[in-house]
Write a protein that binds this ligand. Structure first.
Ligand SMILES: Nc1ncnc2c1ncn2[C@@H]1O[C@H](COP(=O)(O)OP(=O)(O)OP(=O)(O)O)[C@@H](O)[C@H]1O
Ligand SMILES: [Mg+2]
Length: 356
């Protein structure tokens, strides 16, 4: 997905265009690390009324990006280093192992290899790769494949161009959160589970500095938590959203579940349980695939990481210490932002910190 351009830049802008909110992070490059110049998070969905994701039009993004850049005093034409990302159903990440191949053969060989591993039709596929390592004994190569479709990439580019931006580096969501984590955590050995909990989906990454990268999206997020509250507490959308922000998974004092006949639907699992089940399944798969079960921590990021009670719930069910990830270890925070550390920025920070 990368279009390599060697540019000397002092400032960098990361834009995470989520289905619910756009996150823009503006960083200054320091000799060592970065400094946060400014950031903004702005929703692009109607406030107070329930929305059906498929009703929302992609054209809604550009006007919001334009407004946000104006508020942040960023002239879109003067951005020297812009990093954005794509994600969703038609993007995929896969770490594979192949026999050693010289550069000139690698690209075409990987295209065929990718078709075996990645559920995107060949003619429509856009592929990028990175050689992570070459094993000394066997000479086998560990390669990270990133694939998407021309359509996803075109839609993304169109959004940026409509907002007056010049597309530059385009990453993949799950790689950007891995980057954010690797650069902003005291990562020891072992394996980490990253969950970027958005509105309609959660990017899950299982990764360790010495262990394989596995990424998969889980089709649940904040939207589903609000739906659960509507059902469980018999509330309308706006009241359920309010309840979610205030109480999350916990019971408000005096609140009790409203039990009605319609509640007797045992097939309807809660969102937190559905997420836990997907995580457990992935952990089992990872042990088989990577031969490593040295799980150290689960880190939650994204807007829905702020849901009260969620970290505790996941920790209890998955049995791995779980906490909300604050991606600011290598990002100097000016005084005015000190109490505004926000896990919803994790992906955008991972983008802005990408160097090439
Ligand atoms: N304090 C909070 N408590 C609970 N939920 C929150 C809080 N703040 C934001 N959210 C929820 O987080 C979600 C938005 O998060 P985020 O910006 O990470 O999503 P997105 O990137 O737009 O979505 P996606 O990645 O699914 O396309 C919304 O569902 C919103 O209701
Ligand atoms: Mg998101």
């Amino acid at each position: 997905m990368k279009k390599t351009k060697t540019l000397k830049f002092k400032e960098t802008v990361g834009i995470d265009i989520g289905s619910h909110s756009i996150k823009i992070v503006h960083l200054k490059k320091l000799h060592d690390g970065f400094k946060l110049l400014n950031y903004e998070v702005r929703p692009t969905v109607p406030q107070g009324i329930e929305y059906i994701p498929s009703d929302l039009r992609p054209e809604r993004f550009a006007p919001v990006i334009i407004e946000m850049l104006r508020t942040l005093h960023i002239n879109p034409k003067s951005i020297k280093h812009l990093v954005t990302s794509i994600g969703g159903d038609n993007t995929s990440i896969k770490q594979i192992k192949t026999i050693f191949l010289p550069d000139e053969e690698l690209e075409s060989a990987l295209f065929f290899e990718a078709k075996k591993h990645i559920p995107i039709s060949g003619s429509d596929m856009v592929l990028d790769y990175q050689v992570i390592s070459v094993e000394e004994k066997t000479n086998n190569m560990n390669i990270l494949l990133a694939a998407s479709t021309k359509e996803v990439l075109n839609d993304h580019t169109n959004n940026l161009v409509s907002a007056g931006l010049t597309p530059n580096l385009v990453d993949i969501d799950s790689l950007a959160i891995t980057n954010s984590f690797a650069l902003n955590a005291f990562v020891e050995d072992g394996v980490y589970v990253l969950l970027n909990l958005g509105a309609h989906r959660t990017n899950m990454v299982i990764w360790g500095p010495e262990s394989k990268l596995f990424a998969r999206d889980i089709p649940y997020g904040g939207y589903n938590f609000t739906r659960d509250i509507m059902r469980k507490r018999q509330m309308e959308w706006d009241a359920a959203e309010e309840y979610k922000f205030e109480w999350g998974l916990t019971d408000a004092p005096g609140a009790s579940d409203v039990k009605t006949i319609s509640m007797l639907d045992i097939s309807e699992k809660s969102t937190e349980d559905a997420i836990v089940e997907e995580v457990r399944r992935a952990l089992r798969f990872y042990v088989k695939e990577a031969g490593n079960s040295d799980y150290r921590k689960v880190y939650l990021m994204g807007g829905s990481a702020k849901l009260k009670g969620l970290a505790e719930y996941i920790q209890d069910k998955v049995n791995i210490p779980t906490e909300v990830f604050m991606p600011f270890i290598n990002v100097e925070m000016p005084e005015k932002f000190q109490d505004k550390k926000d896990p919803q920025l994790a992906l955008a920070i991972g983008l802005a910190m990408r160097m090439e």
